[in-house]
Design a protein around this ligand. Sequence first.
Ligand code: GLY
Length: 294
Amino acid sequence: MSSRKSIIVHGGAGRGPTGPTGERQGVLDRAAAEGLRGRSAVDMVERAIRILEDHPIFDAGTGAVLTLDGGCELDACLMTHDGRVGAVAGLRRTRYPISVARAVMEKTDHHLLVGAGATRFARLMGHPDHDPRTPERLTAWRRLRDDLRRGRDGPDFRFWKRMARWQKAYGLFETVGACAIDERGRFVAATSTGGIWMKLPGRVGDTPIPGAGTCANPFGAISMTGHGEGVMRHCLGRHAVELMRRMSCQAALDATAKHALAHGVECGIIGVDRRGRLGRANTAKWMQVGKAGA
Ligand code: GLY
């Protein structure tokens, strides 16, 4: 088992970046460097993700994308190589969902808290209320809402199909994630997201579902970005870490991306295996990552 400490982070994947790639790369590199300063693998991923949650260009924490009714619903998850899990879904007013997910893992007997109960728990853990909506996201939301109102379908369930087409046109998923291994060979996966633009209130994607967008087992850990329904439907996270039983991290991620592509899932994936090897793969055209310590 490797004793080298290392971390890899992502900030989404898609057809191309919405903003300058230089600025985005700078934040990813800073998050990876900050993560490397953590004492344990759990500290490492939490430190890195908090930097990304605070930066408004990513779809996590402050700057998360908005739901159909103009709110934010934030999901996050942490999973360790030895089977510990903490996750939250549907947090509306929290600055650091990843830290609330960590508290679920460390301070409760549960794995996943949602909605009002998750918000109550966050407050109990000392997280003050915070509105993650930025002026830029609210402007984009108003434009999307007006487009929707001008549509001919009317307010019925076909909205969702239309949203799926818009998301394809929009072509960018800006979920954030981190995978790290510490000097004692412990490794962890973590992911945080606001989900997808104009999602129906109450929709939960792959991020907080262990085995979907976030997964770890004794062989490796992965974090995913992309279209949550596809990632969830094909249990891509679990698929990747199971392959690490007999393959290197990179080979497992390449095989998982091939599997995702065969099922038409637009996504990106990062990971670390038990020997400390980092990897990345994407079926989406573009994905930027930051690394430190490898
Ligand atoms: N991959 C993030 C989501 O679909 O919610």
